[in-house]
Ligand binder design. Structure first.
Ligand code: SF4
Ligand code: SF4
Length: 211
């Protein structure tokens, strides 16, 4: 019996001095890894325009059928994105999402990224279908909410998508004449999608925080 007690207390004392592996959640939150896949964010350009162009590639890439997108045309009087189209309806169903990140890889404009937010619970199923307004990043400082007019957009002298997606009425936003150098991949530049044209400044403008 004495041997059993010695073994039992010995194990207890050994365990007492090990580092804690539990946290007192929700009072204390565990730090997540830098590439943790939390809830999604629909990002904006520095002027407030939306990066999403309503292409639905994220929805097609999703293995869980968790994303629903409807695209619509921008007009000269009402522009939501610098491209031809924008996402008029955007929903992510967090009852289906498995946080694999395939939608992020599929997105051609870096409109969709994942944050570090993991507290996703609700009382009803409907509340876990996030809408575009819930997913959109906050407006950057000094930006106004879309829609913007083409005249306002043109006056800003920005090259959206590094000039790749230039088109009327933004056709003048293109790589320098005579140059087919499209520059580094957007991810290598820090700012994923927007640069200021030569003559309009040398540094890429700041952009909203992307998770
Ligand atoms: S993280 Fe994966 S499962 Fe979730 S919406 Fe994106 S592609 Fe679908
Ligand atoms: S989030 Fe990206 S992939 Fe999805 S519709 Fe918008 S632009 Fe296309």
């Amino acid at each position: 019996m004495f041997t059993a007690l010695r073994k039992g207390f010995g194990l207890t004392f050994k365990t007492m001095f090990r580092p804690m592996v539990t946290t007192e959640y929700p009072d204390k939150k565990r730090e997540v890894q830098p590439r943790f896949h939390g809830r999604h964010v629909l990002n904006r350009h520095p002027d407030g325009l939306e990066k999403c162009v309503g292409c639905e590639l994220c929805a097609w890439a999703c293995p869980a059928d968790a994303i629903y997108v409807e695209g619509a045309d921008n007009t000269p009087e009402a522009r939501y994105s610098p491209s031809e189209r924008y996402g008029i309806v955007y929903q992510i169903n967090y009852l289906r999402c498995i946080f694999c990140g395939l939608c992020i890889e599929a997105c051609p404009t870096r409109a969709l990224t994942m944050s570090h937010e993991y507290e996703l619970s609700a009382d009803t199923r409907e509340e876990l279908i996030f809408t575009k307004q819930q997913l959109l990043a906050p407006l950057p400082d000094g930006a106004s909410p879309p829609p913007h007019t083409d005249a306002e957009v043109a006056a800003r002298n920005l090259a959206y998508y590094a000039g790749h997606a230039a088109q009327d009425p933004l056709a003048h936003y293109a790589p320098a004449a005579g140059s087919d150098d499209l520059g580094p991949h957007p991810e290598e530049q820090g700012d994923p999608a927007t640069v200021r044209l030569a003559g309009g400044g040398t540094e890429p403008p700041s952009h909203p925080k992307e998770g």
